[in-house]
Design a binder for this molecule. Structure first.
Ligand code: ACO
Length: 361
């Protein structure tokens, strides 16, 4: 059966490597552990973009250019925000991004980096009946995103969000990156390619999982018995959100990177008790899955602690996939450019298993 393209290699890439057996993620020669919590998002954008744009400036200049792009995107989308606000927050963001110019240059790329960070807080504020806050081009990207959300950003929360954006910036040929590359292979522009990635990211089997992780934690807390709740879900054929991965057969290294960030935040707030509870659910889920699916090693994935981190920095669960997109967009753009440079259209074949026409004698 060819439906999931398991083990099919569809691209050569210099961008990232996912070692599913060893549990390692490499991004352009750096291990995730080297980058997460140490590099800023703008530095990682530069790392991913290097070689794919002619006019790439220094880290500090790129940070400024991303700030300018936030202001430009805000000015562009402001007149349509009221029309986007009634949509679900992900569709509103995607529709706002769809109006951006569809070019291939650095300015196009930076607008796409800026757009989820600008649209998400603006639409959340409108949904709460509040006026959107304009970006501050001098602020750092993650800090400004939080400032646009709640009017202020503590340095600790801004650093936590920045670490999250870095942690999810790229991850091999996942479903949304593949979708992005397919569209880029037609030589369509970056906006078209990124819209394909956004569509693929939305689903609960991919980037739509962290919102349901919060719902699961709340339901388990209300039930009072994690193991019984999880067993019942599995018995009903449900999937445990935040667990399982196509490539990883061991722990997803991003889960531990994010858990460490949440732990740092938790030492000074109620996030600590939420983390302690999540850790008990994690252990219960691993045990229930080990017994229920002995044929497959189902481990924790990035989405479980994503949910805790994004909750702790102040995003509501319906916006978690938007924030995922705000980080992953850098990887999508680099992959789109890498695919465009091959000049090769992605066009696989299908195996026809339908009825054959009657042959007229
Ligand atoms: N809970 C329960 N059972 C699971 C889970 C899970 N989270 N994940 C896999 N399984 C089971 C399947 O039910 C199946 O069991 P069966 O053989 O008895 O039918 C078996 O494991 C294999 O399932 P596949 O779908 O073939 O596994 P795959 O590796 O393709 O799945 C996926 C990967 C889609 C992520 C899956 O693990 C899942 O649905 N997880 C829950 C949603 C989630 O967390 N998504 C985020 C993924 S990370 C990311 O995309 C950023």
């Amino acid at each position: 059966m060819a439906n999931g393209l398991d083990d099919v290699v569809a691209a050569d890439t210099v961008l990232s490597d996912v070692d599913g057996a060893g549990g390692h993620l490499t991004i352009r020669g750096h291990s995730l552990m080297e980058l997460a919590g140490r590099w800023r998002y703008a530095q990682v954008v530069r790392l991913l973009f290097d070689g794919f744009f002619d006019d790439l400036p220094s880290d500090a200049e790129l940070e400024k250019a991303i700030g300018n792009a936030r202001v430009e995107v805000f000015d562009r989308v402001q007149p349509m925000l009221a029309q986007l606000a009634p949509l679900d927050i992900y569709s509103g963001m995607r529709a706002g991004m769809a109006v951006l110019p569809d070019g291939d240059g650095l300015a196009d790329a930076l607008r796409l980096i800026a757009a989820p960070a600008v649209l998400t807080p603006a639409l959340l504020r409108l949904g709460r009946g509040e006026t959107p806050v304009a970006p501050d081009e001098k602020a750092d990207h993650a800090g400004d995103m939080l400032r646009m959300l709640s009017g202020a950003a503590s340095p600790a929360l801004a650093k936590a969000l920045d670490s999250y954006l870095v942690t999810v910036c790229d991850h091999g040929l996942n479903a949304s990156t593949f979708a992005t590359r397919v569209v880029a292979s037609t030589q369509a522009g970056l906006t078209s390619a990124i819209l394909a990635g956004l569509g693929a990211l939305k689903g609960p089997l991919h980037g739509g999982a962290p919102g349901p992780v919060i719902e699961m934690l709340d339901a388990i807390e209300a039930s009072g018995d994690a193991t019984a709740w999880l067993r019942k879900e599995i018995a009903h054929g449900e999937r445990i959100m935040g667990f399982g991965h196509r490539i990883y057969r061991v722990r997803d290294p991003r889960a531990d990177a994010l858990k460490a960030v949440v732990r740092q935040l938790g030492s000074r707030s109620e996030t600590g008790s939420r983390l302690a509870f999540a850790e008990t659910v994690e252990q219960a889920a691993l045990e229930v899955l080990r017994i229920a699916k002995p044929q497959r090693s189902i481990q924790i994935n990035v989405e479980f602690y994503t949910a805790l981190l994004l909750e702790a920095v102040g995003f509501p669960k319906e916006a978690f996939s938007n924030v995922f997109a705000a980080g992953r967009v850098a990887g999508w753009i680099a992959h789109a450019r890498e695919q465009q440079a091959t000049g090769r259209l992605i066009r696989p074949q299908s195996h026809y298993v339908g009825p054959v026409p009657d042959l007229v004698a």
